[in-house]
Design a protein around this ligand. Structure first.
Ligand SMILES: C[S@+](CC[C@H](N)C(=O)[O-])C[C@H]1O[C@@H](n2cnc3c(N)ncnc32)[C@H](O)[C@@H]1O
Length: 335
């Protein structure tokens, strides 16, 4: 790993998820947007495609800074470092329109607080700047901060068409949707050496040695090991679900993120598996579920309060009810 004392990499990602309403003819598909268009959009973000995988339901891109997933009417763009994902929003909406998608039904932009906000580029130099930028496109959008504003927190901006037109019950027949994110910091240095070129020359060796391939075993994995260290993977399964893991192993600013939209009625086992695999000293969990999701009812009672004999302290827990989604946010640190 780099010995240079001044080197810093911001592992914390900016996560943008956009859902379009079904197009007029019902057959338009974001996956028909050609690769050159995506490459052009990613130039606005300051990152590039380094690997690609797909199945019949989802296209998955590993990026130089994290990942992008494209399905029929949903885009997920997750980028770390000093990337500028909001810079591609307007050009993307223009391109999506040319491919039949004129109306956004849900938009989520979220991120944890940065370790070094001062190195970020506009419009990401602070959450207020990000909100001002998003509000200029979505005057009906709303912004939130969960956790502690003066310590660790997680920012969220949402826009929902049902909210904008004041339909209190939300969309009647939305596709089931849920997303779990686990953002981990201060990781076990021994575990982190797995994600260096000193230890393994091939990404698949790091994937199997760490146990990443056992977290959700039905996923087809596309993985990448950076020089001299750093790791990214996308997994996709036949149901069109995805998982993605990104690892910044450097001891001074270690960070790992796990994200998936796998449908489960209870996420406790998955959270336990992820935590065991990476052994962080602190982490936050967020779970979104819409009304059609298996998780919608159960997540309110989700018991991610580890037993008294475990080594985890839950330092925060908040639940929010949005018009069409429930959100659970919890923060843990070692006792
Ligand atoms: C892109 S990866 C994963 C980032 C992810 N957001 C995370 O969870 O940390 C970042 C790690 O790869 C390393 N790295 C090495 N070469 C890189 C490159 N060309 N671009 C981005 N990161 C690189 C960084 O130092 C860092 O440890």
């Amino acid at each position: 790993m780099p010995e240079d004392n001044s080197y810093f990499f911001e592992g914390v990602e900016k996560l943008l998820e956009i859902w379009f309403s079904e197009s007029a003819n019902n057959i338009d598909d974001l996956r028909t947007i050609p690769r050159e268009e995506w490459e052009g959009l990613l130039r606005h973000v300051n990152c590039e495609i380094i690997s690609f995988s797909r199945n019949t339901l989802i296209d998955a891109y590993v990026l130089s800074e994290s990942s992008m997933f494209v399905s029929k009417r949903r885009l997920i763009l997750k980028t770390c470092g000093t990337t500028t994902p909001l810079q591609c929003l307007e050009p993307f909406l223009k391109i999506a329109k040319q491919y039949g998608f004129t109306e956004i039904c849900d938009l989520f932009y979220s991120r944890k607080n940065f370790t070094k906000p001062e190195v970020q580029l506009s419009p990401h130099r602070g959450f207020c700047e990000e909100v001002t930028y998003l509000d200029s496109i979505f005057p009906e959008g709303r912004s939130y901060c969960l956790g502690s504003i003066n310590q660790e927190c997680w920012y969220l901006y949402t826009f929902s068409k049902s909210e904008a037109i004041n339909i209190k019950e939300g969309p009647e027949k939305a596709d089931p949707d849920q997303t779990i994110e686990i953002l981990m910091q201060n990781l076990d240095p021994n575990k982190m050496t797995i994600f260096t070129k000193d230890k393994f020359s091939e990404a698949h060796e790091a994937t199997s040695n760490s146990g990443i391939d056992q977290i959700l075993p039905d996923m087809d994995i596309d993985d990448f090991l950076f020089e001299p260290c750093g790791y990214s993977m996308n997994g996709i399964n036949k149901k069109g679900e995805y998982m993605t893991i990104h690892i910044t192993p450097e001891k001074k600013f270690s960070y790992v993120s796990f994200e998936s939209n796998v449908a489960l009625d209870n996420y406790t086992n998955l959270i336990n598996k992820v935590i065991k695999t990476f052994q962080p000293a602190k982490f936050i969990v967020s779970i979104f579920a819409n009304k059609s999701s298996l998780a919608y009812e159960t997540m309110k009672d989700l018991e991610i309060e580890y037993s008294k004999t475990s080594s985890w302290n839950r330092t925060n827990m908040q639940c929010c009810n949005f018009p069409s989604y429930n959100l659970l946010f919890a923060q843990y640190s070692l006792k």
